[in-house]
Design a protein around this ligand. Structure first.
Ligand SMILES: *Cc1c(COP(=O)(O)O)cnc(C)c1O
Length: 222
């Protein structure tokens, strides 16, 4: 499946994060041996247990809601925190980056889904945040773009419009705050069920678990 998926991504020049949450290190090693390097986890504890048992050159992505007191456990090595979903967390990432003298890459998680349970900035919240705390104040955070999850629905047109909106917000934020900053370039959207739509709507990075690793026990990760 990995090779088929990578081939599909090629014309879009998009990258793949293999979402390995709940999956054993053996399954991750199989994809690693096939050449995959970017893996996504959503729990700090689980990530920490896996890191030591897998090759050093894996690029680990944090894709789940992150508590500020857990940042220190991943700050030294995390490749990209995709779930920077609130001002307090970003300020805490900045503080930790200062402490360990590392610039930590993040994506701004946007709340675009209809569900209330999904985390992230609304367009207004993000604007308010950067008006008060302009991005250049965060010299130990590298903003690399945005991440979003669509509503869990069968309605393809709703999903499409949410991804289109994510791309539009990305473009606006880029123009307003990151014009001329080549690091701000990622629009991370699309999962197993909706990545094709995401690519058509401008995703530069997709996050795929089920399609690569098989289904997860649904009680653990709905
Ligand atoms: C679990 C998860 C994914 C992958 O979902 P699949 O449907 O298994 O591909 C992608 N992004 C986030 C934020 C996730 O939590």
């Amino acid at each position: 499946m990995l090779f088929e998926l990578l081939k599909e991504l090629e014309p879009f020049q998009a990258s793949l994060v293999a979402v390995s949450k709940t999956k054993p290190v053996e399954a991750i090693q199989v994809l690693y041996d096939e050449g995959q390097r970017a893996f996504g986890e959503n729990r700090v504890q689980e990530l920490m247990e896996k890191v030591d048992r897998l090759p050093r050159d894996i690029q680990w992505h944090m894709i789940g809601h992150l508590q500020t007191n857990k940042i220190k456990y991943i700050a030294p090595y995390i490749h990209l925190i995709q779930s920077a979903d609130r001002p307090k967390l970003i300020r805490a990432i900045q503080a930790e980056g200062e402490k360990i003298d590392r610039v930590i890459p993040v994506l701004l998680q946007l709340h675009i889904a209809a569900e209330e349970t999904k985390f992230g900035f609304t367009e207004e919240e993000l604007q308010d945040f950067f008006e008060k705390d302009p991005p250049d104040r965060f010299d130990h955070v590298e903003f690399q773009g945005v991440m979003a999850m669509a509503t869990f629905t069968e309605d393809q047109e709703q999903i499409r419009s949410e991804f289109a909106r994510t791309k539009a917000i990305y473009d606006q934020v880029k123009a307003a705050y990151f014009a001329g900053n080549p690091a701000f370039k990622e629009c991370s959207m699309g999962m197993s069920g909706d990545y094709k739509i995401a690519l058509e709507e401008g995703a530069t990075m997709i996050r795929v678990g089920t399609l690569l690793f098989g289904p997860r026990p649904c009680l653990l990760n709905p």
